[in-house]
Write a protein that binds this ligand. Structure first.
Ligand code: PEP
Ligand code: MN
Length: 264
């Protein structure tokens, strides 16, 4: 179902009024790794909206590597995202981690994210296939492209065709970056499938200074959008501060993307 042979026309995924896919201007998803409080998420939403973001991201359910770190505000975080949406009009993207919370997250989110660690949580994928909201599926950190597409297939097979694929870096021997951004999959995904593809240069690199160059490279490679982490005070962030852009950094990136868009 994900193959271009089966479905020659490109899929355009609509999230609120934002269209993601072939022939559309690349979209920018921006926001903090995690929702930490009302002021933090509303301030960030206003800033990224001002500089031209299309969608607001923010994790309420966080898949953290260790159990003693901030796990997210859960339903309270979803409520704060809804406040930020009301304040700015930006549709919201947030992660869903388990099949039993799909209903809850879908009540709030405009686009439901499946994180890298859950790319092969097949019960979650099946549940997402049964809802009528779009899904942003991130590539597992050790998943081959074939496994990534098979995961998307689970969602489509249950009847939900509104799926966006997201490359977010994979594990390699290299340790200088958090992950290795596998940019070649962007044109390859476009050759092989009809689904939109996005890139997350924040998790792919783990370093703020690398986010803008890799975001631009992703767009040149044909990504239909980029997802970047932005925080009002990255040094105080409860998760992923080192890879989060400041408001100023995000403003600069948006200027560069606008200039790049003239050539795409
Ligand atoms: C995130 O988007 O904050 C996140 C946890 O990403 P990933 O699943 O790609 O690690
Ligand atoms: Mn993060």
């Amino acid at each position: 179902l994900v193959s271009r042979d089966f479905h020659p026309r490109h899929t355009v995924v609509k999230v609120g009024d934002v269209a993601i896919g072939e022939g559309k201007r690349p979209v920018v998803v921006a926001g903090p790794c995690a929702v930490e409080g009302e002021e933090q998420i509303v301030r960030t939403a206003r800033a990224v909206k001002k500089y031209g973001a299309d969608l607001l991201r923010g994790g309420a359910f966080k898949p953290r590597t260790g159990p003693h770190t901030f796990q997210g505000l859960r339903e309270e975080g979803l409520k704060l995202l809804a406040i930020a949406r009301r304040e700015t009009g930006l549709p919201i993207v947030t992660e869903v981690m388990s099949p039993d919370t799909v209903g809850l997250v879908a009540e709030y989110a405009d686009l439901l994210q499946v994180g890298a660690r859950n790319m092969q949580n097949f019960e979650l994928l099946k549940e997402l296939g049964r809802i009528r909201k779009p899904v942003l599926l991130k590539r597992g950190m050790s998943a081959t492209l074939e496994e990534f597409l098979a995961a998307a297939e689970y969602i489509l097979a249950e009847g939900n065709g509104q799926v966006i694929l997201c490359e977010r870096g994979i594990r390699t021997f290299e340790t200088a970056t958090r992950n290795t951004l596998d940019l070649a999959v962007v044109p390859l995904i476009r050759e092989m499938t009809h689904l939109p593809v996005m890139v997350d240069p924040s998790h792919a690199t783990g370093k703020r200074s690398l986010v803008a160059p890799m975001a631009k490279a992703a767009l040149v490679a044909g990504a239909h959008g980029v997802l970047v982490e932005v925080h009002p005070e990255p040094d105080k962030a409860l998760s992923d501060g080192p890879q989060s852009l400041t408001f100023h950094g995000f403003e600069a990136l948006m200027g560069e993307i606008r200039r790049l868009n003239e050539f795409l």
